[in-house]
Write a protein that binds this ligand. Sequence first.
Ligand SMILES: Cc1ncc(COP(=O)(O)O)c(C=O)c1O
Length: 384
Amino acid sequence: MLPFIRSDLAQFTAYKPHPGSDTTQAVQPSTKIDRLDTNESPYDLPPQIKEKLALTYEQVIETNRYPDGGHERLKSAIAEYVNDSAQLLSSVFTTANISVGNGSDELIRSILIASCLGGEGSVLVAQPTFSMYAILAQTLGIPVVRVGRNEANFEIDLQAAQLAIEQTQHPPIRAVFIVHPNSPTGNPLTTAELAWIKSLSEHILVVIDEAYFEFSQNTLVGELLQRPNWLVLRTFSKAFRLAALRVGYCLAHPELIAILEKVRLPYNLPSFSLAAATVALQNRTLLLEPIPQTLTERAKLIQALSQDSTLQVWKSATNFVYIRLKPNSFSSQDAAVKIVNQKLKAAGTLVREINGGLRITVGTPEENTRTINRLQAALISLKR
Ligand SMILES: Cc1ncc(COP(=O)(O)O)c(C=O)c1O
């Protein structure tokens, strides 16, 4: 351990990006793998949009100049999209309600810095959930309080959550992170969960991560106007097919946005990413076109996997499906899940092993058929 490094960092391991994320290397056709482990869209941008962006790169972007650090053009496009997609009666969101990040990961870090850093607050998460909230909090020395979920439908253990809020001191819980619908389990917020987050004190920041909004069409942005302690996070990495370009945004009360703007780096988004996200919003009808197919494919995947008596498959409101091996199907559940995951990987299908289960992104129809076949083959070999 280097003597000048914070001692608590020694126990952390760096986030390991998924295999194949190095796009600087030419991909061999023979090594084609189905990347169903990070909930991206399986579809690259349409050629006409790529051409438009290539022209922007060639003719508009001056690489010797810093990017637009105020993000005004993109923020206006986001405000127009949110007002339109939330079917709000008037155009309530303006650029003052929006902050843009280098992926929503960057915004999560800014939120943590703004609310909890310096011993001022702890964060609450309900496991299993998106891992970056806890990872980023820990790297900032912010304590993480974890509660569980009901295994039948993955609703948050609300009693435990309330108790944690009441009993956590030194420092108290200042931020609650909720994904709607949750990752890895795919469930949207229940009425009871919604009532609970509405009951939280205004001293607690409620972060509602709607990374998968375009798939679920379930949003709480309409609530933001009455709730200065709520913030909605969104990303261009999923339905908008821009994971490579790292653009996320959040919506909140202007006062909270002003704080996040103070905390962020001045030129946090490259010019090309800003241009691509703006073009994506202008062409959203085209880019979001595959969503109905994804939802049909999700139903197909759930239906096929549910046929196997050893698999427990949950409903999903988004573009991935969570499965576990049923209790008592195999002598060691954990070992069996690991073996199934390894067999899928060896066959060319990458999925994510989380909390004793597998999260599988809905891919193209061909990828999904391969997932079903490869999973069935893995389970058969395990049962022998
Ligand atoms: C719930 C959730 N929030 C945020 C992110 C990160 O998004 P971004 O690519 O914008 O950093 C992800 C990515 O998987 C996610 O699942």
